[in-house]
Write a new protein. Structure first.
Length: 552
């Protein structure tokens, strides 16, 4: 029996139908979904990529994204029918009574304006507070959300704070008008596990304190277990089932829901280093690095990557993982130490490297949405590195692009002439893999390549990378904060904190105690499929000490 009273219904969606425009015709993408949300209730929307989670979240604001339209059903918010409301009536609700927290705070804030200026815009515009009052309220919210230096941090620009801090600042901004409803759209997907705990705790506290209703959109089942009172499972625009969080976790009814619960079954055997004198394909030797005008960000970093093996580099935000990748690729010359390829020292700057040296180390990026030019066709994206490094033209180039599309399990006939916006998240990430393979490298850096993907799609990408490694003999450096990914695909693990390597070794040994204290922190920060997990962790650590140092 629900603990919420019928009289407390805030949002009531009936038979919601939404269509998307594709190939000069309208197709159904949301097919008659019902949703009821009470004041103070958190509803978790889960499902794989393309299930319609974000589309429904936008519809809860009476909004249809570009290329879509609300074609049927009703959306009643506190007695206001949003499907028939005027644009001015809906604008009066958005930001004041209904707020939205996006997946990527870094992409959502305006980089040219200070955080507090963006925070105060809505309450001032809606005449809820004067500017100075709004600034004081912002500082109080920053303190409640456990942001460091709450009276000063708002006067920084977005790029001057960490990802976890910016995500909490966005949550504070969503609360600036004390809305009745907040839509959280994958707000912790790109965060490391220790920072994620901070953000989850902050979101849960702020929702409880103000009795705010929330729709929490995620593909992470362990996360939704900590946040939601009720879970609704979606598949291809239709509801699969809905139940209380405890009931859904303990006894899912539908086969599809059970399959979601069983993901991340993939785990390949750990490989050992060669014993025949084979040199590492990449050696990072005593590397220090700093950005211009800044403090040292890498301090005496050393590790080796052998041919055909995968080394996972893990650590929280700001630990130096991506900076090491920049040093390896020559984008950031080390201030001390060196990087070797097959025993030969690489020039520190990429501009001083030969074309063959550049070819040997390629990258696959975290956000395929921003890594692929949306106005360039797929065959051009893949074909450019093939033409640049191999000199292919005409028919030979087309054949190579077709081969690469086959290699990543995408039909050339269907994808050759398409644009990135026409692809799903998982398909775009496969194109990023094909672009890296087009250079025919021996070594690929995978920078958080599954963090933005739902668990089913992510598992498919991991299996693809494993198959390619076996077929092509590739070595991988896998930058990740997802320890489930490490367990699935790594042979060796390098743990970084504050720019230093604090522990490294074979994967199977790294997951057995005793650990370095920081490794223990990372392992204990991985959410579990237990609704009480977050509460237990907060109690064990003390709220004020959660993720200490995560945002340095």
């Amino acid at each position: 029996m629900s603990k919420f009273r019928k009289s407390d219904v805030l949002l009531d969606i009936k038979d919601l139908q939404i269509q998307g425009y594709s190939n000069e015709t309208w197709i159904d993408i949301i097919k008659g979904v019902d949703l009821t949300l009470h004041r103070g209730e958190v509803l978790g929307l889960i499902g794989e990529s393309g299930a319609g989670k974000s589309t429904i979240g936008a519809a809860a604001m009476g909004y249809a994204r570009d290329g879509t339209r609300i074609s049927g059903g009703t959306i009643e918010f506190d007695g206001i029918e949003l499907t028939t409301a005027t644009q001015s009536e809906k604008r009066a609700l958005r930001g004041s009574r209904i707020a939205y927290v996006a997946q990527s705070a870094a992409a959502s804030f305006n980089p040219a304006h200070k955080i507090i200026d963006q925070h105060t815009e809505a309450p001032v515009q809606y005449r809820l507070r004067k500017r100075l009052e709004a600034q004081e309220d912002a500082m109080e919210l920053y303190e409640r959300l456990r942001l460091p230096n709450p009276k000063e941090i708002g006067f920084r620009y977005p790029h001057q704070v960490s990802g976890g801090q910016l995500q909490r600042a966005m949550t504070a901004m969503a609360m600036s008008c004390r809305p009745d409803l907040i839509i959280f759209d994958e707000p912790t997907t790109a965060l490391d596990v220790t920072t994620q705990i901070e953000v989850l705790a902050a979101i849960r506290d702020i929702v409880d304190q103000f009795n705010t209703a929330a729709i929490y959109i995620t593909h992470d089942l362990a996360v939704v277990a900590q946040m939601a009172d009720t879970i609704k499972v979606l598949l291809r625009g239709e509801e699969v089932e809905q139940a209380s969080t405890e009931e859904m976790l303990e006894n899912p009814q539908e086969d599809y829901t059970k399959s979601l619960w069983a993901v991340r079954s993939f785990k390949r055997p750990q490989k050992s280093r060669p014993t025949d004198g084979t040199l590492p394909i990449i050696s990072v030797k005593n590397v220090d690095a700093a950005y211009p005008g800044g403090d040292k960000v890498l301090d005496d970093v050393s590790f080796d990557i052998y041919p055909g093996m995968t080394v996972a580099v893990v650590g929280e935000s700001g630990s130096g993982k991506s900076t090491v990748a920049r040093c390896i690729t020559g984008l950031l010359p080390p201030s001390a130490g060196e990087v070797l390829y097959n025993g030969d020292v690489l020039p520190p700057k990429y501009t001083s490297r030969t074309r063959d040296q550049l070819r040997q180390a390629q990258m696959i990026y975290q956000m395929a949405d921003t890594a692929l030019n949306p106005k360039v066709k797929i065959h051009e994206i893949i074909g450019r590195p093939a033409a640049f490094y191999s000199g292919l033209k005409g028919t030979a180039l087309k054949q190579r692009v077709d081969e690469l599309l086959d290699l990543i399990e995408l039909d050339p006939a269907l994808f050759y002439n398409r644009y990135p916006p026409e692809l799903s998240g998982g398909q775009k990430q496969r194109i990023g893999i094909a672009r890296a393979l087009a250079a025919e490298p021996d070594f690929i850096i995978c920078d958080e390549v599954t963090s933005a993907l739902d668990q089913l799609v992510a598992e498919g990408i991991l299996k693809l990378l494993d198959r390619l490694q076996k077929e092509l003999g590739l070595a991988y450096m896998f930058i990740t904060h997802d320890l489930a990914t490490v367990r699935s695909i790594a042979d060796e693990v390098v743990v970084m904190q504050y720019g230093k390597v604090v522990e490294q070794g074979p994967k199977d040994e790294m997951f057995k105690p005793p650990h370095h204290p920081y490794t223990d922190l990372l392992l204990s920060s991985v959410p579990e499929m237990d609704p009480n997990w977050l509460t237990t962790v907060l109690e064990e650590r003390g709220v004020d000490n959660i993720g200490e140092g995560a945002d340095v």
